[in-house]
Write a new protein. Structure first.
Length: 499
């Protein structure tokens, strides 16, 4: 049997510490290390202080004994408990001093107050003093304990002063025991408090994790809860992370919604474009097959060719309009420069009268009015609006183009309102709501039943809306069935030029 191959993407189920446990463990560990170092340093400092005090006591006692060296020298000649040992008595008093005196003939006298007397004399292991002086302070260890000693030359006698170091050791050990107990209590208390604090501070991370799981499960509108005032939340790192995550989720949700709307619009656009292009293509293909099969006589041939040319022209115009709309959707490349909208309106009215000289078209405009926009785009907008009047109103219906300064101000910029009105049959409310949709065409009083029942491709007003919005303006319609139609748009007025 072959061993199963290792899967690098397989999830490991080995237990891992969470961030909360890691922070608590790190906090307690660092605190224990700090307490340990502090305890050791304090113990070493206390021991050194006690040793210095012991050395000071021995030095002071050695100086006192050195001053009474004459009485000590005559120790063998008189009673050791007489007035000759007053200096030594003054040294030991009711203390822990141990005094050993060895005369020149080798006789040893040991005086002690509260310190247990070691079995072997300390003079046997202590360093000998220099002539007329005293030895350095040294430490002597016996089976009974450790002593700090100094020897003094009181010729012909030698005097040893000693203090036991057991009290120093016991004091340091007692300090270490107390520090160990206190450190353990502090570590336990710190672990409890750290857990409470870390759990409270990391609660927003848990909320973020639960929100992320919910979003992964399909709840795209889920957000991280913010229970406090946002201004107070921003004071903490977790709070700022919460607000940042919510902002990011809002932007992602908005982008996804915009993408979904764009994809839906693109699918609808492609379907409508395919439907609209199918009609002229079918006509062109049908007439072409008739000509190829020789089924068109010479008298009908010019009419068939004209129909072919009309359908090709219609399809070409539709393709140009679709390309223009696609460019507007992708990235508008319209200029923003001062344009005299009054001059463009007069030119558009003149062009419309040239096409339909019997229609009444009035112009209500000042001689000159500057706007900020693109000359070619605005010229096409006006042409499309007047072409819409020709296509959807009878010749008896009059039209009017008005240009005037809008009273409202948006973003600190004056607006110019341009309106094209007619006295035609008007539109039903449902048709007015969709008049700027692509490929939508409406007949008198309502929407057209079939795509072939109205002139145009249904892109004229869609181009108007896309162009005006790309220029930073707004577009709308005022209409009612039997009351005419007014299509209007606003564009920013050009800023005043300095003289």
């Amino acid at each position: 049997m072959t061993a199963p191959a290792h899967d690098p993407h397989r999830t490991s189920h080995a237990p891992r510490w969470s961030l909360r446990r890691s922070l608590i463990a790190a906090t307690v560990a660092l605190t224990c290390v700090a307490l340990l170092v502090t305890g050791l340093v304090s113990a070493v400092a206390l021991r050194q202080q006690l040793m210095d005090r012991t050395d000071d006591q021995l030095s002071a006692a050695a100086a006192l004994v050195g001053g009474g060296s004459r009485q000590i020298a005559r120790l063998g000649e008189r009673d050791p408990l007489g007035d000759r040992d007053q200096a030594v008595r003054a040294v030991i008093g009711p203390t822990e001093f141990l005094v050993e005196i060895r005369t020149g003939d080798g006789e040893l006298t040991r005086l002690v107050s509260t310190t247990p007397v070691p079995a072997a004399p300390l003079l046997d292991t202590a360093p000998a003093p220099p002539p007329g002086g005293r030895s350095p302070l040294t430490t002597v260890t016996t089976t009974e304990g450790t002593y700090r000693v100094v020897t003094i030359d009181a010729s012909p006698a030698t005097v040893l002063l000693a203090l036991p170091l057991a009290p120093v050791r016991e004091t340091v050990a007692r300090l270490l025991g107390i520090e160990a107990l206190v450190s353990a209590a502090v570590a336990v208390l710190l672990a409890f408090l750290a857990r409470m604090l870390i759990v409270a501070r990391l609660r927003p991370l848990d909320d973020i994790a639960r929100t992320a799981d919910a979003i992964a499960g399909g709840q795209l509108d889920r957000r991280v809860p913010v229970a406090d005032d946002p201004r107070r939340v921003r004071r903490t790192e977790a709070g700022r992370l919460t607000l940042a995550v919510n902002g990011m989720l809002d932007r992602i949700h908005t982008a996804l919604a915009a993408r979904e709307r764009s994809e839906e619009r693109m699918r609808s656009f492609v379907a409508d474009a395919s439907h609209e292009l199918r009609t002229p293509l079918t006509a062109i293909r049908g007439y072409t097959q008739l000509l190829r099969a020789g089924m068109v006589d010479e008298r009908r041939r010019p009419d068939v060719l004209r129909r072919l040319d009309d359908e090709a022209t219609r399809m070409s115009k539709m393709v140009v309009d679709l390309l223009f709309l696609a460019r507007l959707d992708a990235e508008p490349q319209l200029r923003s420069e001062p344009v005299d909208i009054a001059v463009l309106a007069r030119d558009a009215v003149a062009d419309a009268l040239a096409v339909e000289p019997h229609r009444v078209i009035a112009l209500d405009s000042p001689p000159h009015l500057q706007v900020s926009g693109d000359t070619d785009a605005l010229r096409q907008v006006l042409a499309n609006l007047l072409a819409n009047v020709r296509a959807h109103t009878p010749i008896e219906a009059s039209a009017e183009v008005s240009v005037r300064t809008e009273g409202s101000v948006r973003a600190g910029v004056d607006l110019v309102r341009v309106a094209v009105s007619d006295t035609g049959p008007g539109l039903a409310p449902e048709a007015a709501e969709r008049i700027f949709d692509r490929f939508y065409r409406a007949g008198p009083g309502g929407p057209v039943a079939g795509a072939d029942d109205a002139a145009g491709s249904g892109l004229g007003l869609a181009i108007v809306a896309g162009t005006v919005r790309a220029l930073g303006g707004e577009v709308g319609v005022d209409t009612a069935a039997g009351a005419g139609t007014t299509v209007w748009f606003t564009v920013p007025a050009a800023p005043e030029q300095p003289r």
